[in-house]
Design a protein around this ligand. Structure first.
Ligand SMILES: CC(O)(O)NCCCCNCCCN
Ligand SMILES: [Zn+2]
Length: 554
């Protein structure tokens, strides 16, 4: 099984910055990359990664998602003096240019393509590209939202073209809607784009109607675009997990991608001046972990936003440490999902125009009113503090087995006589039992129960130990068993005790390898759906993380 996590970073991408006064763009600073990389070095995580050099993207690669005229225009910026750069910048929204930004934008794309090459050819299992300028807002012929070239959109097209990827999943956990990615794959069923984002009934930037949840893609791409707009700030860890369990993961498992990109923006973390959310940095360990059993573990995380240098650095470390396979930390502050899912398309109940301040036309919240509000928000900023994520110590021995003498020990595992002796991360007790009768609930039905019931319950319950028993009478087929064994290691700091009669495929998971992909899933049977829904409705009062919508009725 492939191991190894790539880290792709080059300090050249810190060598551009805002050269004039612009309150909107001043948060996008070189220090974002510096503090992230330094935190990875200081924590020892950088040394555990495979360091891959960046390269410049070629014109042909950039043209996978951009027009020739746009590329030709950007090519002129290195030779512009200040006034020309400012005039050129005025053509676009919420972005700035610099004589060196074209060079850095080519490196950001090139870094992402290097990551794709190494993951798709199996040199590493997964990885992270620490890049700037970010990419997910840039469009075919436009820079936007601090983005010049759309790193992830180009990389998805590249993976399809050069690595024969059939289905690519893009998970955008940045707090802004990556409209550039949505536009690029609007009618493309081979790329599934998922994004949550601060929306506040279209009053938050980029103020687009098409960022609402009723934009689902068009033509053959209908159903392959999933928007989850946050209509208020302060969303927390439970909200993020609930959306993963009840929206993203069922869709992702049904889609069964052969490559996963994360538009890893960390402005969705607590303390960020843009996001104003409450989720703590450790949540990104769980979000990453929950994606790592898709696509046989082929996950490419690419930095997008993140403007609070403290929470950014912590969130980057949480993400990389999980890509490395370390057990996820105990999930913090899990109440219930604080907001029922979006009620109606926001055009029906858009927030009334700002009270006081300039009464810009309804919905145009980019006016002074918003700047007024931002000043208030910034003032609050300093007061937000949160606990530093706990150190996540990976025990030297990951997996130990208690086996009958006659059974050989799979390589990579240690045979032990008593768990206490070596306190491994997880332990397996081999049961001798007749092989159980065949037949089991269909894969989709079991996965739905795992994602929609077992995992939310498990995260809420916060067990100290996970006991996995593969006992006679219910034969779970191999791929499903592996998914279960891998996914449940996100709980109890990874302490998993497995009682089973089949060792090989389980040992592979307990050693930290990704579960085999299940392949595209069909819809779960109606009887499974019915019994699952009745069980969930009954349990959700005691287990808030099971809540999906308040008054959902089929
Ligand atoms: C990569 C990214 O998604 O983080 N770019 C964010 C761009 C924000 C533009 N300004 C918003 C002004 C309203 N607060
Ligand atoms: Zn963002």
């Amino acid at each position: 099984m492939k191991m190894g996590t790539a880290l792709i970073y080059d300090e050249e991408m810190t060598k551009y910055k805002l050269l004039w006064v612009d309150p909107v763009c001043k948060i996008e600073v070189p220090e974002r990359l510096i503090v992230s990389y330094e935190a990875l070095v200081k924590s020892g995580l950088a040394d555990r990664c495979v360091s891959i050099p960046v390269r410049e993207a070629t014109d042909a690669e950039i043209l996978l998602a951009h027009s020739e005229e746009y590329l030709e225009a950007v090519k002129k910026t290195p030779f512009m003096h200040l006034e020309e750069l400012m005039t050129f910048t005025q053509k676009y929204g919420d972005v700035y240019f610099h004589p060196n930004i074209y060079h850095c934008a080519k490196l950001a794309v090139g870094a992402t393509l290097q990551l794709v090459d190494n993951v798709m050819t199996g040199k590493v299992r997964n990885g992270m590209a620490l890049v700037r300028p970010p990419g997910h807002h840039s469009q075919s012929s436009a820079a936007n939202g601090f983005c010049v070239f759309n790193n992830v959109a180009i990389a998805a097209q590249y993976a399809k073209k050069h690595h024969k990827a059939k289905r690519v999943l893009i998970v955008d956990w940045d707090v802004h809607h990556g409209q550039g990615v949505q536009y690029c794959f609007e009618d493309d069923p081979s790329v599934l784009y998922f994004s949550w984002h601060r929306y506040e009934h279209q009053s938050f930037w980029p103020n687009l109607k098409e960022s609402d949840f009723d934009s689902v893609g068009s033509g053959k791409g209908a159903g392959f675009n999933v928007n989850v707009p946050w209509n208020k700030v302060g969303m927390g860890n439970s909200d993020y997990l609930a959306v993963f369990f009840h929206v993203l993961l069922p869709v992702a498992y049904e889609f069964s991608p052969d490559l996963v990109f994360i538009c890893a923006g960390f402005d969705s973390a607590i303390g960020d001046p843009e996001g104003h959310m409450s989720a703590t940095p450790d949540i990104f360990a769980h979000l990453t972990h929950l994606l790592m059993n898709l696509a046989d573990g082929k996950v490419c995380a690419v930095l997008e936003g993140g403007y609070n240098l403290t929470s950014l650095a912590q969130s980057v470390c949480q993400t990389v440490q999980t890509l490395l396979g370390d057990p996820a930390p105990r999930p913090a502050q899990l109440g219930g999902a604080s907001a029922p899912f979006p009620e109606e398309p926001s055009s029906k109940n858009r927030r009334p125009a700002q009270q006081g301040g300039s009464q810009g036309p309804e919905g145009d919240a980019g006016g002074d009113a918003q700047r007024e509000e931002e000043k208030v928000e910034e003032k609050e900023e300093e007061e937000i503090v949160w606990p530093e994520p706990l150190r996540r110590v990976a025990p030297s021995l990951r997996s130990a087995l208690l086996l009958p003498d006659a059974v050989e020990c799979p390589d990579g595992c240690a045979r032990f006589t008593c768990v206490r002796a070596c306190s491994p991360l997880n332990a397996t007790v081999l049961l001798r039992s007749p092989s159980p009768p065949q037949g089991c609930g269909d894969t989709a039905g079991v996965m739905q129960a795992v994602l929609g019931l077992l995992l939310p319950l498990g995260y809420q319950y916060e067990p100290g130990l996970v006991l996995l028993a593969r006992l006679p009478g219910y034969q779970v087929e191999g791929g499903l068993w592996q998914q279960l064994t891998c996914l449940l290691q996100g709980l109890a700091l990874g302490h998993t005790l497995v009682l089973l009669q089949v060792i090989g495929i389980t040992a592979s998971c307990l050693l930290g390898n990704a579960a085999l992909s299940l392949g595209p899933l069909v819809a779960p049977g109606p009887e499974d759906v019915g019994s699952f829904e009745r069980l969930r409705l009954r349990l959700q009062t005691d287990w808030p993380l099971l809540q999906t919508t308040g008054t959902f009725r089929d």
